[in-house]
Write a protein that binds this ligand. Structure first.
Ligand code: SF4
Length: 443
């Protein structure tokens, strides 16, 4: 740009974008709301000063700031809770995870109905939704025989999705859509290859648990408030009466089994619980599919081998699988003495499982993990019914990516560092035992 316009000075892109926000009323108001918070951009105060000249804006800003600075602890009245959440609180697995990521963020999203503004183009959220759509529908079409080629199937559903995107004809959007299609095609190919190497076959897609769904929702009462857990399971693969749950994850997902202690990454276990309640079969695997392939630099052939290895690794499933050898073999047909390609399991040189590098659980352990997920659901409802709206994020990352930072004014919040961080089933079960003993007053 400077070659074309030599007089052009350099400008910080972030600063420029912040200043541009001042030119439209809604973004300027949002920016003004963050004035006074620790990491606010200097333009936030300018927006605040400018908008405060209008009495109506000043009233709204003062109200928002007072709300942000007010203590976020508890709502005491049952009537207020019912006004916010309704007489029957309808929750999903991701809503429960949102509560555990931070009760105040849950309150903003599900109580106040606040939403992150949707971007006009393919932002990270939209990309995730598009990849999810393409992978889900392409795998379904391949399984049902209406498509036979994974890449063609991914192309068909990418085009279908893009039809409804605003500005899809612009060259920039076309390039983005193509990138997403390529990425989704790699994931679909990977899933389809995995299906060919397994006795488990995709059977249910978007299995719905709700009043008029495929299976009944989970309903219960807590302190005068009714709760109903509803939702959809991305995919259930079956082999006889054996079940494997697959949840598609399009973000940069990190996973450790110990996350469940903080109420995170509960989804596949909650889905297993729902299948168990519907008596659909035996739990064998609760997995996340990271629907995001690593980029490969095709121009650098010397790095190609390494890149492919990295990509294969990035697509490896996360979660927990049953450790019995016949179940592992049915889940993935693996060459003797080799580690599986897709399952989160490592085989040692002597052919035995490496428990330190494997996410495995035997039947009774899997049952206990699922029972713990149910306990977390109960604890969630108890906390909501008690009016908990505390600004208490479970990790620092919860704040970093939180959409409600501008109304929260969170500062110097400490997270619980005592919770272990591990993928070892025994260690997680020992921590659960410790929690249960504490609750029962034995410690
Ligand atoms: S910024 Fe942090 S403390 Fe505030 S609502 Fe978000 S997660 Fe909670």
């Amino acid at each position: 740009m400077q070659k074309l316009l030599p007089a052009l000075g350099e400008q910080d892109a972030y600063d420029t974008l912040q200043k541009l926000r001042l030119t439209a009323p809604a973004p300027a108001f949002e920016l003004a709301c963050s004035a006074g918070s620790k990491d606010a951009h200097f333009s936030a105060q300018a927006a605040y000063d400018h908008l405060s000249r209008d009495p109506e804006n000043a009233r709204r800003l003062d109200y928002t700031r007072a709300f942000g600075l007010s203590p976020k602890t508890k709502l005491h009245s049952l009537d207020t809770l019912k006004n916010l959440y309704g007489n029957s609180v309808s929750v999903s697995a991701s809503a429960i995870e949102k509560f555990y990521s931070c009760p105040f963020a849950y309150f903003c999203q599900y109580g106040l109905g606040a939403r992150e503004r949707k971007q006009a183009d393919l932002g990270a959220l939209e990309v995730g939704t598009m990849v999810h759509y393409v992978v889900e529908n392409a795998v379904k079409a391949l399984s049902q025989g209406t498509e036979s080629d994974p890449v063609a199937a991914a192309g068909r559903f990418a085009r279908e999705y893009a039809q409804n995107l605003r500005g899809a004809d612009s060259p920039r959007m076309q390039a983005l859509i193509e990138q997403v299609r390529e990425n989704a095609a790699i994931v679909v190919q990977d899933v389809w290859e995995e299906v060919q190497h397994s006795d488990f076959k995709p059977r249910y897609f978007e299995l719905n648990f709700s009043d008029k769904g495929d299976i009944a929702p989970y309903k219960w009462e807590k302190d005068g408030i009714s709760f109903a857990l509803r939702g959809k399971i991305d995919r259930v693969d079956t082999y006889g009466d054996k079940l494997k749950v697959v949840d598609y994850k399009t973000g940069n997902k990190k996973y450790e089994l110990s996350d469940i202690l903080r109420g995170r990454n509960l989804q596949p276990f909650i889905y297993m619980l729902m299948l168990q309640k519907a008596q659909m079969g035996e739990n064998c695997a609760a997995l996340f599919l990271p629907a995001k392939a690593d980029y490969i630099n095709v121009d650098d052939t010397s790095e190609m081998g390494k890149s492919l290895e990295k990509r294969t690794e990035s697509l490896r499933r996360m979660g927990l699988v049953r450790g019995e050898s016949e179940i592992l073999e049915a889940l993935e047909h693996t060459e003797a003495g080799k580690s599986p390609r897709w399952l989160p399991v490592t085989v040692k040189k002597d052919g035995s499982l490496d428990p330190k590098k494997s996410s495995i659980a035997y039947k009774s352990q899997m049952d206990r993990i699922i029972a713990f997920a149910e306990q977390k659901i109960m604890d969630f409802s108890e906390a909501v019914a008690s009016g908990d709206i505390s600004a208490s994020p479970c990790t620092e990352d919860s704040c970093k990516y939180c959409a409600f930072r501008t109304v929260c004014f969170a500062e110097d919040i400490k997270t619980d560092a005592s919770i272990i961080s591990t993928n070892l089933t025994d260690a997680v079960l020992a921590a659960i035992d410790g929690e249960e003993e504490q609750e029962n007053g034995k410690v």
